[in-house]
Design a binder for this molecule. Structure first.
Ligand code: MTE
Ligand code: MO
Length: 419
């Protein structure tokens, strides 16, 4: 990394490795082979890190690509265990050997360089607790594309393509300093080592500000699903920007029309003749009551804690209001420490259910004064009609509408928006 020459050599070496890595890709199903001699294979024995056999497991569902959903209704606090972290993958998970792994930073730089895991671990490290939320989280698309009746409408499926972890790695600004970014540079294009070459670009100002190349997740190496051995992590932006199994970062002076970003993830604007709204970055303020929530049941009137999560890609959560009468009146919930920027914030609210029908919901206000909208406000903002909102179209990206849950007299709970 230190001299121009060794940098070039590393770059060439890693270019050759990148070719090899493609051939070395293995099918995810090959990992499913059971070794009956291993701890965990017999009842009463566990391999270290395995969840209890009888614990509820996150369910795997398939939409256009593989998605695992985080079971939010079971959570307290803000940290998602790595084993329950959601996953979005557009192709098979590549299996990368950390001993031979490297990624390249090239393009408009003084010294194109390859960085190995050893290099990353030598460099200044940082960790931060931040949420990660797919731009497609929540909205009618989730249910419609999976078949209306095939997915239980629970908070796991309406809001579970998100999580909050402590991510550890090297600030991207440190790496960009190593390569020496040229004056005319303004964008960064990140490519993954998976079969689809998943690629996304972000403005260089964001890259310099608070992004990192992450290799740790809650203190352990990244899980295979999360991009082992290293991923880009872009705080506050849609998780789609956080490219996993990082293969290269190219510095450019213009944005790139990558398929994932400009075609697959673009959001059409009904009010603009369905032209695309492209380059959506920051998650606006959002919140959801995780318990009680759809699919659960209140067995008798009496005390229930209302608990949930609030977050904003713009900064910290300033307050969360809760309504137990369908939005007629609101009261402020208690925010639990820590309240961190661009992180899930846990809110709690004491409630006594009187056994009558009730609609409960939460509303987040962030430290910029931005307030989470109702569905009607969100629709107005994006020029959608009531009818549009139930169509399985991608204009629901960055959906942050207030989520009401209806509690019936018998205590059963359903989703008000899509049920
Ligand atoms: N290389 C690569 N990076 C990727 C993806 C992918 O398919 N390949 N999916 C993206 C999308 S759409 C999301 S929502 C996040 C999901 O991160 P996770 O699977 O670690 O939860 O990864 C992003 N980074
Ligand atoms: Mo995503």
């Amino acid at each position: 990394m230190n001299s121009k020459q060794s940098g070039r050599r590393r770059f060439l070496k890693s270019a050759a490795l990148a070719g090899l890595a493609l051939g070395a890709e293995r099918s995810a199903s090959a990992q499913g082979v059971t070794d009956t001699s291993a701890p965990g294979a017999q009842p009463g024995t566990y391999a270290h890190g395995q969840p209890a056999r009888l614990a509820a497991r996150a369910v795997t569902r398939t939409i256009t690509h593989t998605t695992y959903y985080t079971p939010l209704a079971d959570s307290v606090g803000i940290i998602t265990p790595a084993s329950l972290h959601f996953m979005q993958s557009h192709s098979r998970l590549p299996e990368i050997d950390p001993a031979t792994y490297s990624f390249v930073i090239h393009g408009l730089v003084e010294r194109p360089l390859a960085f190995t895991m050893e290099d990353l671990k030598r460099l200044p490290s940082v960790s931060m607790i931040r949420f990660l939320e797919c731009l497609g989280n929540t909205g009618p698309r989730r249910h419609a594309s999976e078949g209306k009746n095939s997915t239980p409408v629970t908070v796991q499926y309406t809001h579970g393509i998100m999580s909050c972890n402590e991510w550890g790695g090297v600030p991207l600004s440190v790496l960009l300093k190593e390569v020496g970014v040229k004056k005319e540079a303004s964008w960064l294009v990140a490519e993954g080592a998976d079969g689809s070459k998943y690629t996304y670009c972000i403005p260089l100002t964001k890259a310099m500000d608070d992004c990192m190349v992450a290799y740790l997740q809650n203190g352990e190496p990244l899980r295979q699903e999360q991009g082992f051995p290293a991923r880009l992590f872009v705080p506050g932006f849609g998780a789609n920007h956080s490219v996993k199994w990082l293969r290269r970062l190219m510095i450019t002076d213009e944005p790139y029309m990558t398929w994932d970003q400009s075609v697959h993830h673009a959001a059409s604007r009904v009010d603009l003749g369905n032209n695309s709204r492209w380059f959506n970055f920051v998650w606006p303020p959002k919140s959801v009551i995780t318990r009680p929530s759809a699919g659960l049941k209140l067995n008798a009137p009496g005390y229930y804690e209302i608990t949930g999560l609030a977050w904003s890609g713009w900064g910290k959560v300033r307050k969360v209001d809760v309504s137990v009468d369908g939005g007629k009146s609101w009261k402020e919930a208690k925010l639990q420490d820590p309240i961190l920027p661009m992180a899930h914030t846990r809110f709690n609210f004491d409630w006594t259910w009187n056994g009558e029908e009730a609609v409960i919901m939460s509303r987040c206000t962030d430290d910029q004064g931005e307030v989470q909208p109702t569905l009607a406000e969100l629709n107005r903002h994006w020029g959608r009609t009531e009818k549009d909102r139930l169509e399985p179209i991608s204009n629901t990206h960055y959906w942050n509408a207030i989520q009401p849950w209806k509690i019936a007299k018998d205590g059963s709970i359903t989703d008000v928006l899509f049920a």
